[in-house]
Design a protein around this ligand. Sequence first.
Ligand SMILES: O=C1O[C@H](COP(=O)(O)O)[C@@H](O)[C@H](O)[C@H]1O
Length: 235
Amino acid sequence: MTAPRTEKFADPQDLALRAADWMAGVIAAADAPFRMALSGGNSPRLLYGELSLRRIDWSKVRFYWIDERFVPPDHPDSNLRMARETLLAHIPIQPDQVHAMPTLSDPETAARAYEDDLKSAYGATDLDAARPLFDLTLIGLGSDGHICSLLPGSPVLEERTRWVAPVTQGRPEVRLTLTYPAVESSRLTVFLVTGRDKAEAVKRVRQGDQNLPGGRLRPQGETVWLLDRAAASLL
Ligand SMILES: O=C1O[C@H](COP(=O)(O)O)[C@@H](O)[C@H](O)[C@H]1O
């Protein structure tokens, strides 16, 4: 774990433009396959749109998700749908490059299936700190301090064995989430946070506040915080 780097931008559009340029360079410099875990919610929409416009060798990228709402893939709340509409539908990729969290069986079966998919890609059933699961993990932050669907007060915060788990409390819908061991296993962890409503959570997570799910994250590789001026306003 290295000291996090922080980049501040004037506004979400400026952040998205410059983050897309930087991420395109990261992908270009990396070996294939490049396993990239995507966040959902609203924050990464602009970035995904910008990435879709960059000249990137997408054939080397494998897309995964850090969490998903347990809804059909065409549902308005689906993180897969958001990524499809903003990025995946606009770039030259094959279906087998997209490793979406399954949501068509029951949550427990789906979580096991996704964990199997990750283990198959990783080539082992135990995580090795010297060999991260993901090359890049993109993480958003809720104003309540949640990351992925590691929600405040949820039993999943204590999960240290499974890589993927259902989350049945804390939101109206069931969700699937990477657990801490899986999400921490990344060569590069990128927090993307915008908006004044996130400023307090950013400050507390950066202080390592253990009461917030984000404050408990211990990424194994390099960590970069991409913040707009509003989200960074309390730092
Ligand atoms: O519930 C979620 O929240 C976080 C943050 O979402 P945002 O809309 O505030 O950007 C997100 O990273 C996660 O993937 C999503 O499912």
